[in-house]
Ligand binder design. Structure first.
Ligand code: HEM
Length: 411
């Protein structure tokens, strides 16, 4: 079936250049325009902030090619192609340590310093502590009584506690860091508010780094300070910590909230998961593909002229790779628009691809596995407490998710 038939829309009806699609017709699906573009105009001219025009890429094959081509650099801040950065690009300098915005070999040098904390082995070793956190949060939710907001008790709280503990942020400050990360990743946060909150957090992190330099503990920040291989300045350690907070908290939180919503909306498939927990690893990969919470994709700019297939990309051109569109490409995933927790082809691009591929993927997988398994086990009759159409969703956030998920159980 062609995209035209599926969507009732053809590429000729879409603007050229495009504005980044952001309005969803269904809360669990990306905007319909992606399917049309992928089929009919896979390289689409895209309007960028500041009047520039770049490309929007929607096919899996092209997405992989762009993300593995060393001629492309990431931006300083991976926000959304619809929203201008708070400062003109010339004024933006990559802070030392913010390796998500760097190219190899600088990026790889910094990344190596933290990667040992995020290996599969290390992430699995954290399982008992993650299980404890999940149990405490679900105890709290059970005690609060049905109905309850799963976003508050479960989706937000678990990754916040995990990443702040790993960094060595004191418990009493965790909530403040969490609020700041949410503000930073909400598109409508006023610039002034963002700057103020940002400088408070950077100041707090600076003080924390100084304290740990004097009295190191068993956490990531102290580990970075003690590293002999490459002594880091306080500024570098603060930037790396900011990156880990921004990248590691709201991403996993949105996958937990939106993932729970998707499971409750597909009760027959979820019943199979409950009956056989060994299906959970596969189910998580499929949820990552299907939901692709990095909803505006990844931006890259060519430092030099390069070639993708038979297309020449001049130096300075910007390409936005839609991970959401690539992850629903029917060339790779049969019946791509369907959530199929038992799907055989589970390799996906929800964690990106190439040298910047998600550093925390193994940790996120462990968190999701423990969290979803425990949730389904503990609340066998969990259900939505409001009609699905009334669940507030986050088209206004860099990472897509649900703002609130009222659930009920018992009775
Ligand atoms: C389900 C949850 C998550 C999703 C969907 C996700 C997604 C992504 C994606 C798409 C990228 C690629 C960015 C690019 O190429 O420009 C990325 C990079 C990154 N992620 Fe994640 N992420 C998740 C969880 C985490 C966690 C738990 C951490 C831990 C701190 C983390 C840390 C990072 C870092 C540091 C980078 C930058 C890597 C680099 O540039 O070398 N992420 N993530």
């Amino acid at each position: 079936m062609t995209a035209e038939v599926v969507q009732g829309l053809s590429a000729a009806e879409l603007p050229d250049p495009m504005v980044m699609p952001s309005r969803r017709q269904c809360p669990l699906d990306p905007p319909h325009e992606y399917a049309v573009l992928r089929e009919e105009r896979p390289w689409s001219r895209l309007r960028l902030p500041g009047g520039r025009v770049g490309w929007l890429v929607t096919r899996h094959e092209d997405a992989r090619a762009v993300l593995t081509d060393p001629a492309f650099s990431p931006p300083l801040i991976q926000v959304t192609p619809n929203v201008d950065l708070p400062l003109p690009a010339e004024e933006l300098q990559v802070p030392p340590g913010m390796f998500s915005a760097m190219d190899p070999p600088e990026q790889s040098r910094y990344r190596r310093l933290v990667s040992r904390h995020f290996t599969r082995k290390r992430s699995r070793e954290l399982s008992p502590r993650i299980q404890q956190i999940v149990d405490e949060q679900l105890d709290g939710m059970a005690a609060s009584g049905s109905p309850a907001d799963l976003v508050r008790w479960f989706a937000q709280a678990i990754p916040t506690r995990v990443i702040t503990e790993m960094l060595g942020i004191p418990e009493e400050d965790q909530e403040e860091y969490h609020r700041w990360v949410i503000a930073a990743l909400t598109l409508a946060t006023p610039e002034e508010e963002l700057r103020e909150a940002g400088s408070v957090i950077v100041g707090k992190l600076g003080a924390l780094v100084a304290a740990k330099r004097a009295d190191p503990q068993d956490d990531i920040i102290s580990g970075l300070l003690l590293d002999d291989e490459r002594p880091l300045t306080d500024e570098e350690v603060v930037s790396i910590s900011v990156l880990l907070l921004i990248a590691g908290l709201e991403t996993t939180a949105n996958m937990l909230g939106l993932g729970a919503f998707a499971l409750l909306e597909h009760p027959e498939q979820t019943a199979k998961l409950r009956a056989d927990e060994s299906l959970m690893d596969n189910a998580i990969e499929e949820l990552l593909r299907y939901l692709t919470i990095v909803q505006f994709g990844l931006t890259r700019t060519a430092r030099e002229e390069t070639r993708i297939g038979d297309r020449v990309i001049p130096a300075g051109e910007t390409i936005v790779v839609s991970l959401a569109a690539a992850n629903r490409d029917p060339e790779v995933y049969p019946d791509a628009e369907r959530l199929d927790l038992l799907r055989a082809e589970t390799a996906h691009m929800a964690f990106g691809h190439g040298v910047h591929q998600c550093l925390g993927a193994q940790l996120a997988r462990v968190e999701m596995k423990i969290a979803f398994t425990t949730l389904l086990r503990r609340f066998p009759d969990l259900r939505l407490a409001v009609p699905a159409a009334e669940v507030p969703t986050g088209e206004d956030k860099v990472f897509y998710g649900v703002h609130e998920l009222m659930v009920a159980w018992g009775e």
